[in-house]
Design a protein around this ligand. Structure first.
Ligand code: ADP
Ligand code: MG
Length: 705
């Protein structure tokens, strides 16, 4: 069907209606979510391949797309192996090139010895020969002349799938690009854009899809990555400004007398880092501006003490305090430690978790509301709607990365109309050190304090990688430790084992039986995992703490926070199955007292990834270095899980590569919002709309456009 006039194209034009896209291709594009012209243009190539001009075969270089021509001297179909392949040898005066096509047996009818071919693809050295796999290929015919090859260029390679080839996506993008580019409006005011030497948005898209050279790709990438980072940071600072305008927290009291009373509770001298962080917290919580502070510190660095300081300030000021932990075991342990620390004081405490019995729960809830409880420790259960505080002054959230960021909002109490809503000072603690770049991205509205010093007298943990064959020797070493009166953790990935081909995965139960019957016979062992009843778990932990159990055979329920200084050895079975952060957390269960500790990683790493992880963990005990490494190996989405982190993953920006860009975006966004808190200026309206569209829902920013 031919139309006489070109239909007008909008960014919202459906791909089916767009010029130059055949119907079957449009249907496949739609299936990939590329439903309209705008989305198609926003679908960016993930890399570019340099296409070189034609060269003699002898001059083919590796790693670039180039073309060459010659005569076929031999062919052969090969049916061995997983994929049938068709091979041919192409020669010219300068050399020989091996060609191979997989699953393209039909080439047999097209290519025979004596045929002249033009091929295009990436050559690769295989042994002493040059090979091109799955090249594009044209049979040359002097009568017809050369095929249309186009100029040498940088070819965009697109994410594709669903029956679409990358080049089909490319063809569709090329078809709509000239129509779409003029329609792309820039959300950055010109003066700002020029000051930062950023190209126009429409130019950036053009340079991404049809770059003249590498420099254009870099410039385009920089603009698009910067946009992602800037929009996120603008949202973060807008939200912060909004909160400061609508929320207040009770200003806590601090004076030397209160300080001395709090410190009386600690049986040790605080480290310099703890002192510094306490000063930062005191400066925060003594004002009405709600504190939002992330305290990060490596495992064992003593974050809980710092948290306790803040909580006791709240109590001393006549308010309440809450400590939220991610698991029941951890809540129970915090509660046990707190109770011991506060013994003999008149601070009234309570524990509230998902398994607190109904009667007790009702009583705790009632006393929280009436103010008869000063300090409550709990799990997420504390965040459910039914919990009302008389006056919550400080909320401490342990292991923040396990909480949805949104849950922090649940701690707020509505103020009387016209008043600001009242919120506690919130301090989140994490022992999963977050590289600073990531922290300010994910928790951008938080101030960050770092405890970067361990209490004195800790001896570093020795980490050893052991192949499965060496298990016997590992448990021999464990036995000697237990005989010396020390304790151990033995960790496996699952409660029940599993048969996995020739490699069996050992579970808690089987391992317990194996150890009791063999290497650790006569020692007091117990299993600990999430499927046990809470009372049972508590009982086991209490006995382990009291030294009446020698070794726990456990799942990762012991991953965070469990603190028993006499435990000096941890064995991790199937260590290749754990992530880097997890391994570091697990290892942090030992090395908490003054005796030297050992961590044995029994592993059978089959993937390169697992090998890098294990090498990294064996090499350093510095959680920050490991966190950086983790980020590098897995990327931020994986490290924090987008769902937990809440922030949409970036399409272009890369937090490892674009650190400097992030710092710039953050600095600019902060200044921008200070100047124009609501992005209300005329030349900011598109910027506002796009910020709201990208992040408004997550941050709850005004109307989501
Ligand atoms: P984490 O940062 O892993 O939460 P904790 O707060 O649980 O660390 O502290 C780890 C252990 O170190 C605890 O047994 C705690 O009592 C002890 N501790 C904390 N601060 C100090 C200190 N300044 N000196 C000695 N021991 C400390
Ligand atoms: Mg802790």
């Amino acid at each position: 069907m031919a139309t006489s006039e070109t239909p007008s194209v909008e960014l919202t034009t459906r791909v089916e209606m767009a010029p130059g896209i055949p119907a079957p291709r449009a249907a496949k594009l739609r299936a990939l979510g590329l439903t309209n012209v705008g989305r198609l243009v926003a679908h960016l190539p993930f890399r570019h391949e340099r296409e070189e001009a034609e060269v003699p075969i002898g001059e083919l270089a590796e790693g670039v797309v180039s073309s060459a021509r010659g005569e076929v001297t031999a062919t052969r179909p090969v049916f061995a192996g997983r994929k049938p392949r068709f091979e041919a040898v192409l020669v010219d005066d300068s050399g020989r090139l091996d060609l191979v096509w997989f699953n393209q047996m039909w080439r047999r009818g097209q290519i025979q010895p004596g045929v002249r071919l033009l091929v295009q693809g990436q050559a690769r050295r295989v042994g002493s020969k040059m090979q091109m796999a799955n090249p594009r290929c044209w049979v040359l015919d002097d009568a017809k002349g050369d095929p249309e090859m186009g100029e040498p260029r940088l070819r965009p390679v697109y994410p594709a799938g669903g029956g679409l080839k990358p080049w089909e996506v490319e063809a569709a993008v090329r078809a709509v690009l000239p129509h779409a580019l003029p329609l792309i409006e820039d959300h950055l005011p010109d003066t700002y854009r020029c000051a930062r030497a950023l190209p126009l948005l429409r130019d950036a898209y053009r340079m991404m899809h049809e770059p003249k050279d590498e420099q254009e790709v870099d410039d385009a990438r920089r603009r698009l990555a910067f946009d992602e980072l800037l929009l996120l940071q603008l949202a973060v600072f807008m939200k912060r400004a909004e909160l400061r305008e609508t929320l207040r927290a009770p200003a806590l009291r601090w004076d030397e007398r209160i300080d001395a009373r709090v410190r009386e509770r600690f049986s040790f001298t605080l480290t310099g880092a703890q002192e510094r962080v306490i000063r930062e917290i005191v400066a925060d919580v003594t004002t009405e501006r709600p504190t939002n502070r992330l305290v990060q510190g490596d495992v064992g660095s003593g974050k809980t003490v710092v948290a306790l300081y803040a909580m006791l300030l709240a109590v001393a000021s006549g308010h309440q305090a809450a400590l939220l932990a991610p698991t029941e075991i951890l809540a129970e342990q915090h509660f046990a430690n707190l109770s011991a620390t506060l013994k003999g004081s008149d601070v009234r405490t309570a524990l509230l978790t998902g398994t607190t019995q109904d009667a007790e729960r009702e009583s705790v809830l009632r006393r929280l509301e009436s103010g008869e409880i000063d300090l409550v420790v709990g799990t997420h259960a504390l965040l459910t709607g039914r919990v009302a505080f008389k006056s919550l002054g400080a909320a401490i959230i342990d292991e923040q990365h396990r909480f949805g960021v949104h849950q922090r909002a649940a701690l707020r109490t509505k103020g009387e109309s016209g008043e600001k809503d009242v919120t506690p000072h919130v301090i989140v603690m994490t022992a999963t050190p977050i590289p600073r770049t990531l922290a300010i991205t994910l928790f951008g509205d938080l101030d960050v304090s770092t405890i970067d010093e361990l209490p004195k007298g800790r001896t570093p943990i020795r980490t050893a990688l052991a192949p499965v064959e060496a298990r016997g020797r590992v448990y021999e070493a464990v036995r000697r430790r237990l005989e010396a009166g020390e304790q151990a953790y033995i960790v496996v990935p699952t409660i029940e084992g599993a048969e996995m081909g020739e490699k069996a995965l050992i579970g808690v139960r089987d391992l317990l039986a194996e150890l009791e019957a063999g290497p650790l016979a006569g020692r007091r062992l117990a299993a600990l995992h999430g499927r046990l009843k809470r009372a049972t778990r508590e009982h086991i932990m209490a006995r382990f703490r009291a030294g009446r159990i020698d070794a726990l055979v456990a799942t990762t329920v012991i991953e965070v926070g469990v603190d028993v200084p006499n435990a000096t050895v941890i064995v991790i079975e199937h260590a290749e199955r754990f992530g880097l952060a997890q391994l570091h957390q697990l290892r942090g269960r030992v090395g908490r007292g003054d005796k030297p500790s050992d961590c044995f990683l029994i592993a059978d790493p089959t993937t390169e990834d697992a090998q890098s992880r294990l090498a990294a963990i064996a090499e350093t005990t510095d959680g920050f270095a490991l966190a950086e490494k983790d980020l590098e190996l897995r990327g931020p989405g994986e490290v924090f899980g987008t769902r937990q982190a809440g922030v949409a993953p970036f399409k272009v920006a890369d937090l490892v590569r674009d650190r400097e860009l992030l710092a710039l975006a953050r600095k600019d966004a902060e200044a921008w919002i200070a100047r124009s808190p609501k992005l209300g200026a005329e030349d900011e309206s598109l910027l506002l709309r796009r910020t709201q569209k990208a992040h408004g829902e997550f941050f709850g920013l005004g109307d989501v456009g």
